[in-house]
Write a protein that binds this ligand. Structure first.
Ligand code: DGJ
Length: 694
C-alpha cells in the first residue's frame, strides 16, 4: 500500500516519488516533503515547527501549512476564504481525522473542521502509483443551518523543498498563437497565472512546471495541472523566508459560492508529479496518464480526417462536400468532417447558432444523402457544432432571449456576432441535450467537433439559485453534464474539443473529448512552436493537426504534412485546387502516416531540439517496447553557412542495434544517443526517418 499513516503523519509513495504531510507540535497540518522516494518511511522529514519570527509576520510565512484558510496573521496566499453567516471572515482549520481507501488508486482523506463554525473541509489525495502522480481535490461541507459564503477554494497547495533558485515554466498565448512557453526565475512575491474568460483559455493554460536547473533530459521538475475547463488560477509564491509554494484551483476572481447546509461543494482535481529526469519525462508521464486514464477511447487509433472549414467556410451543400469527400477518400482519408455552415440559416457567422437542424436551402433533403455518399466512399462522417452559443438572429434567441448570460441593464456585448447560452441553467442544458441527441440518433455520425468561439462578457444570471457568481463554476458543470450525457448515450462517437483553436485544452474536457483542435493557425512553421508547447502536457494522439493551404506559396506540401504527422493527422486544404501531383504526394504521406501512427499516437515523445527556441528542430517518437521509432526533422530558416546541429536520439536500448532510415550502417542505441547524427536539410525542408531495431 503506497499510503503509510500514523496518527500524526502520512507518507504517500509512488513508484519513484513521495509526498509527506504531518501534524506539528501545535496541531497544525503541515507539508513535510515532496520529492524522490526515500528508502524508509522514517527517512521523511518531521513536520515543520511553528516558530514566530517577528510580530510583523505570522509563522505561516515560514511553516508550510498544507491547506491554509485565511485567518489570523496569514499574509500568505491562502487556499480557502469564507464568510460565515455572522460575517466573520476568518477560517481556522483544525485536524479531525483521516481515512484511507484501498484500491488500485488508493486515496487518503484528511478531514479538517473549523474550530468554531460547522464547516468541514476534506483534503483528498489519490495516488497514481505507476504514473508518479498524485491527484488532489477538496470537499467543503456545511453542517450547520446557515449558508456560508465561499470566496476562494483551491484544490491544492504544493510546497517545494526549502531553498531558492526555482524557475517557473508556464504557457501563455492568444488566438492563433497558443501554447507559448515562458520560463522565469521565481523570486519573492506572487506570480499569478489565470483564466477569466469561462474557458481554460488561449491566454494561460492550467499547467505549470517548477524546476531547479533542469533541462529537457535531466534535473528536478515539479509539475501539475488542473482538470478544469473554466476559470483557473495558479499562483507561485516565494515568501520572505524562501518558502516556495504553488497553489492551484478554481479562479477566485469574481467567484463566490453560497455553501448551503448539507450540500457539499467539490473542487476540480489537480494532478501533480515530480521527476528527476527533466521536462521531457514530466511530459511523458502526463501523456501516459491522459491516454490511459482520462480520454474515453484511449486505446483507439485516431483516424485521418478531412475538415471542410478552410476550403468552403460557410458555403457547404451536398454537392460541394461530396466532391471534396471523393478526393479525400482517394488520398486515403478515413473520416470526413463537415465544419460550420450546415444548419438552419447559417450563411455567415451572424446567424443560425442555436438552430441545430439542417439548413433547408443547402440541404433540402437533410444530411442523410451526404452521409451516405461519405460512407459509400469508405469514410466515417463527422459534424461541427457550437452548442453553447446563439446568434441573436436565430429562432432560438427569438424564443428565449433570457437564456443568454447577461446583465438586464447592460448591452449584451456580441463577439463574432454571438452570445453565450447560460449552460448553468437546466432548461438550456435540456434544450442542447435534446437537439444534439436527436442529431446523433437520426444520423450516422461518428465524430463531433464541439466548438466554443468567444469569451464571456456581462457575467450575470438574474435568477441564479445561489450567488450569481456561481455562474463561473455552474456553467462548466453544465457543459460537462450535457457532454457527459451525450457521451453515455452515444458511446462510440469520438468528440473533438475546439474553442477558436486551442482555447479549451485541459484534462477536464478530455474526459469527454478524445481530441483537441490545437490552433486555428495551420501555417506549418508557427504550428511547430504551438505543437511543442501543447506537448508539454498533452499527448500527440489528442493533438489534431491539419495540412492546409496556409503558407502554400512558401512551405512545401511535404513539410506541411510532416508537421501535421507529429500529431493526429488531418487535412484541411481546398482539395479542389490541389493538382494531381499534390494529391499523389498527399496520398504518399497519408500512407506513411498509417504505417507510423501507432508509434506517434501511443509511443513516447522526445523533444530533441526545441522548435520554440530554434529554427532547426527535431522530435522523436518511440514505441513503448523501444523497437520502432520515428524521427521528424524540420529546418525552417537558418542562414546557409551555419552548421547543421547534431541530433541525439533518446530512449533507445543502449546495447541494441538500430537502423535509422537514410543511414547505411546500423549502430547501437547508445551510439545514436551519444554520438548522434546529422540530417542535411535546406531551409523549409523536413524529413521523416524511421528508426528500427535490427
Ligand atoms: C473556429 C474553429 O477553430 C475553426 O476550426 C472552425 O471550426 C470555425 N470556428 C468555424 O466557425
Amino acid at each position: 500500500m503506497p499510503i503509510h499513516s500514523s496518527p500524526t503523519g502520512w507518507v504517500l509513495e509512488t513508484r519513484n516519488t513521495a509526498y509527506a504531510i504531518g501534524i506539528n507540535e501545535v496541531g497544525l497540518l503541515t507539508h513535510r516533503y515532496w520529492g524522490a522516494r526515500l528508502p524508509f518511511v522514517d527517512d521523511y522529514p518531521a513536520p515543520f515547527k511553528t516558530t514566530n519570527f517577528a510580530s510583523t509576520d505570522g509563522p505561516h510565512h515560514f511553516v508550510p501549512e498544507e491547506y491554509p484558510g485565511y485567518a489570523g496573521t496569514k499574509y500568505i496566499d491562502p487556499c480557502l476564504k469564507v464568510i460565515f453567516a455572522d460575517e466573520v471572515r476568518d477560517v481556522v482549520l483544525v485536524y479531525e481525522d483521516f481515512k484511507v481507501t484501498a484500491s488500485s488508486s488508493p486515496t487518503l482523506d484528511l478531514r479538517l473542521k473549523d474550530s468554531f463554525y460547522p464547516l468541514h473541509v476534506t483534503l483528498h489525495y489519490r495516488i497514481h502509483e505507476e504514473y508518479d502522480l498524485i491527484e488532489r481535490w477538496v470537499t467543503l461541507e456545511n453542517l450547520g443551518d446557515d449558508p456560508i459564503l465561499v470566496e476562494r477554494v483551491f484544490s491544492a497547495k504544493l510546497t517545494l523543498p526549502p531553498g531558492a533558485d526555482y524557475s517557473l515554466t508556464h504557457m501563455y498565448g492568444s488566438w492563433s498563437n497558443e501554447f507559448q512557453m515562458q520560463r522565469e526565475a521565481l523570486t519573492p512575491g506572487l506570480k499569478v497565472i489565470e483564466s477569466r474568460s469561462i474557458i481554460s483559455s488561449h491566454r494561460a493554460n492550467p499547467w505549470f512546471a517548477v524546476d531547479r536547473n533542469a533541462s529537457e533530459e535531466n534535473g528536478e521538475v515539479w509539475f501539475g495541472t488542473l482538470a478544469w475547463s473554466g476559470n483557473h488560477k495558479i499562483t507561485a509564491e516565494v515568501t520572505e523566508f524562501a518558502s516556495t509554494r504553488i497553489s492551484i484551483g478554481l479562479n477566485d476572481w469574481d467567484f463566490a459560492w453560497k455553501l448551503m447546509p448539507k450540500q457539499p461543494f467539490v473542487t476540480p482535481a489537480s494532478i501533480s508529479g515530480y521527476t528527476q529526469s527533466g521536462f521531457g519525462a514530466a511530459s511523458r508521464i502526463f501523456h501516459d496518464y491522459v491516454r490511459d486514464e482520462i480520454i474515453p477511447h484511449g486505446k483507439v487509433l485516431h483516424k485521418i480526417l478531412y475538415n471542410s472549414w478552410e476550403a468552403t467556410l460557410f458555403s457547404v451543400d451536398e454537392a460541394s462536400q461530396s466532391k471534396l469527400a471523393e478526393i479525400a477518400a482517394q488520398m486515403g482519408v478515413e473520416l470526413f468532417v463537415m465544419d460550420d455552415g450546415w444548419f438552419h440559416g447559417r450563411n455567415w457567422d451572424n446567424a443560425g447558432l442555436g438552430d441545430w437542424w439542417p439548413d433547408e436551402i443547402k440541404f433540402p433533403n437533410g444530411l442523410t444523402g451526404l452521409i451516405q455518399n461519405v460512407n459509400a466512399l469508405g469514410m466515417d462522417f463527422g459534424l461541427w457544432v457550437e452548442p453553447e452559443m446563439v446568434n441573436p438572429d436565430s429562432d432560438l434567441y427569438r424564443a428565449h432571449p433570457d437564456w443568454v448570460i447577461h446583465f438586464p441593464t447592460r448591452v449584451r456585448t456580441e463577439s463574432r456576432n454571438q452570445l453565450i447560452l447560460n449552460m448553468a441553467r437546466t432548461d438550456v442544458q435540456e434544450y442542447i441535450l435534446s437537439v444534439l441527441d436527436k442529431l446523433l440518433a437520426d444520423h450516422n455520425i461518428a465524430f463531433i467537433k464541439w466548438d466554443m468561439n468567444r469569451g464571456v462578457s456581462e457575467p450575470g444570471w438574474a435568477d441564479a439559485p445561489g450567488d450569481q457568481r456561481e455562474l463561473w463554476v455552474r456553467y462548466v458543470q453544465g457543459v460537462y453534464h450535457v457532454w457527459g450525457t451525450l457521451r453515455e448515450r452515444h458511446p462510440n462517437v469520438i468528440w473533438q474539443s475546439c474553442a477558436s483553436g486551442g482555447g479549451r485544452a485541459d484534462f477536464g474536457i478530455l474526459q469527454f473529448a478524445d481530441q483537441i483542435w490545437t490552433s486555428d493557425n495551420t501555417e506549418a512553421t508557427s504550428r511547430l512552436r504551438i505543437q511543442e508547447g501543447y506537448s508539454q502536457f498533452l499527448p500527440a494522439n489528442t493533438m489534431e493537426a491539419w495540412v492546409t493551404d496556409w503558407g502554400k506559396d512558401t512551405v512545401p506540401l511535404e513539410f506541411r504534412f510532416h508537421v501535421s504527422m507529429c500529431g493526429s493527422l488531418g487535412v484541411g486544404g481546398n482539395l479542389l485546387e490541389w493538382d494531381q501531383a499534390d494529391r499523389e504526394s498527399a496520398a504518399n504521406c497519408i500512407r506513411l502516416y498509417k504505417d507510423i501512427r501507432q508509434v506517434i499516437q501511443f509511443g513516447d515523445q522526445f523533444r530533441l531540439i526545441s522548435s520554440q527556441k530554434n529554427n532547426f528542430s527535431a522530435v522523436q517518437y518511440l514505441s513503448k517496447d523501444k523497437a520502432e521509432g520515428v524521427l521528424f526533422v524540420f529546418r525552417t530558416h537558418i542562414p546557409e553557412r551555419f552548421n547543421i546541429p547534431t541530433i541525439y536520439l533518446r530512449g533507445l536500448e543502449p546495447d541494441a542495434l538500430y537502423t535509422v532510415e537514410g543511414f547505411d550502417q546500423p549502430r547501437s542505441g547508445k551510439a545514436w544517443m551519444e554520438a548522434g547524427l546529422t540530417v542535411e536539410l535546406k531551409n523549409l525542408q523536413s524529413k521523416v526517418l524511421r528508426i528500427s531495431h535490427t
